[in-house]
Ligand binder design. Sequence first.
Ligand code: BG6
Length: 254
Amino acid sequence: EMMVELLGLRKLGDDLAQTLGVSRVIVVAGDSDTEDWVKHSFGKACVNELKSIVKAGDVLAVMGGTTLAAVARMMSRDDVFAGTTFVPARGGLGEKVEIQASTISAECARRTGAAYRLLHVPEHLSAEAHESLVLEPSVRDILQLITSAAVVMHGIGDATHMAQRRGSLDIFTNELSRKQAIAEAFGYFFNAEGQIVHKQRTIGLQLDELQGKHVISIAGGQSKAAAILAYMKHRPSDVLITDEAAAKAILDRV
Ligand code: BG6
């Protein structure tokens, strides 16, 4: 029975990879909307993926969110992490400290025995403050490290949910719905066609800098089906780690 289930999940992953144009989709059992352990299965899948691609000296960039926070809790010591450094991919996006990219990066490092660097930047920077901050030598150093990342791990959120969670003003939430934002990733918002309709101003990795990096997207739950589909239209990742509920809901939509 276990075997039949595994084959079923593999088939779902292959179908989804084809549909989304993603090289590889790993589907785990369950629905992360309702079952907490599913996010830990994402973590196991992600660690396996890292073990097969990470090389000594690599910089590994992580984004924030509850999914990545759960993934971090599944990391453990392994030789592949010797000489690697975890960094947050982007600066503050208005999240609680537990699910900020910096916190998650430090947690990954603590569990794996890797090194880490933090990126301290305030949220909601004015254009002027932003411009001068990126010229600060200490900020420039860490930004260079982030840009050099070989691997990027990130979550994908439902646009409305993310705007609300980040305590965004009503005006902003209304603007996002007027622009028909469906998905959020890296602080960018996307419509159903995968076009960028809004971007939160923060420093760190920009979407157009993902080229040549091994990008692992981790997102699941039936409620995120539309968001995952929209983001993958923007830019199919190298690997998508998702769950059965999201995978089925996406395939139902296309
Ligand atoms: C955020 C990331 O912190 O988490 C986003 O910056 C992502 O890129 C979001 O969309 C997903 O959050 P969660 O809690 O659903 O994993």
